[in-house]
Design a protein around this ligand. Structure first.
Ligand SMILES: N[C@@H](CCC(=O)N[C@@H](CS)C(=O)NCC(=O)O)C(=O)O
Length: 218
């Protein structure tokens, strides 16, 4: 059985959503955020202290979008993946890598310097600069969703999951009010998916069952 370590509303939501879309059985283990500080025993499992952390037999992974890719290929075939023989293969891979390296990276600086750090260490300049950076990069999503319901291949894929999580995070940290019209509509569509709603429900249920309180959202 796959085990996924997760913190409420964190990047581990990407593989959680992917698992729900695939219908693959898994065990969800909730941790308080940041586990590096609040669940020190977790460092014995994942020395980075970050989440996600996924264990599938001998396989151990720590990259949220990489885990989605792994799940789609290992537990496929599934239309959630775009094959090397499809025209959209390059676009698909680009979204998969873009999701964390280019989109979520500036978001985490906004979150850290506007909310997570103690008051004295917060830095509005950093938060504002990286919010601008995020919106600059989000132009790619605004353009891609101008004429299509999903990002690539004419169907919902893992690319929509990994990019969709960045939109969820943006919403949680108060950035959604500045989404362009196409991104705003795309984000609304994503939230109506059964798979998305099952992932949110699983996150909430596991938090209650394991007594891990949800994080305060911005
Ligand atoms: N590139 C990694 C980043 C993982 C990561 O930094 N996760 C954050 C939470 S969303 C974390 O664990 N932060 C707590 C810490 O660094 O101690 C991914 O996509 O999963």
């Amino acid at each position: 059985m796959i085990t996924l370590y997760h913190c409420d509303a964190a990047r581990s939501f990407r593989p959680l959503w992917m698992l729900e879309e695939l219908g693959v059985a898994y065990e969800l283990k909730m941790l308080p955020f940041p586990p590096r500080v609040l669940a020190k025993e977790y460092l014995a499992l994942n020395p980075l202290g970050t989440i996600p952390f996924m264990v599938d037999g001998e396989t151990k992974m720590t990259e949220s979008s990489g885990i989605c890719h792994y799940l789609g290929t290992r537990y496929g075939p599934t239309p959630l993946m775009v094959g090397a023989d499809e025209p959209a293969y390059g676009a698909f891979l680009n979204w998969m890598y873009f999701s964390d390296a280019t989109l979520t990276f500036p978001q985490t600086l906004v979150l850290r310097y506007s909310q997570l750090e103690p008051e004295a260490r917060r830095n509005p300049q950093v938060a504002t600069d990286y919010a601008k950076w995020f919106f600059g990069r989000l132009r790619a999503v605004e353009a891609a969703t101008a004429k299509a319901e999903t990002l690539c291949a004419g169907r919902f894929t893992a690319a929509d999951i990994v990019i969709g999580y960045a939109l969820r995070l943006a919403d949680n940290i108060g950035l959604a009010k500045d989404f362009g019209p196409n991104v705003a509509a795309y984000w609304q569509r994503l939230q109506t998916r059964d798979g998305y709603q099952r992932a949110v429900a699983a996150e909430q249920r596991a938090g209650v069952e394991q007594s891990v309180a949800p994080r305060v959202r911005g």
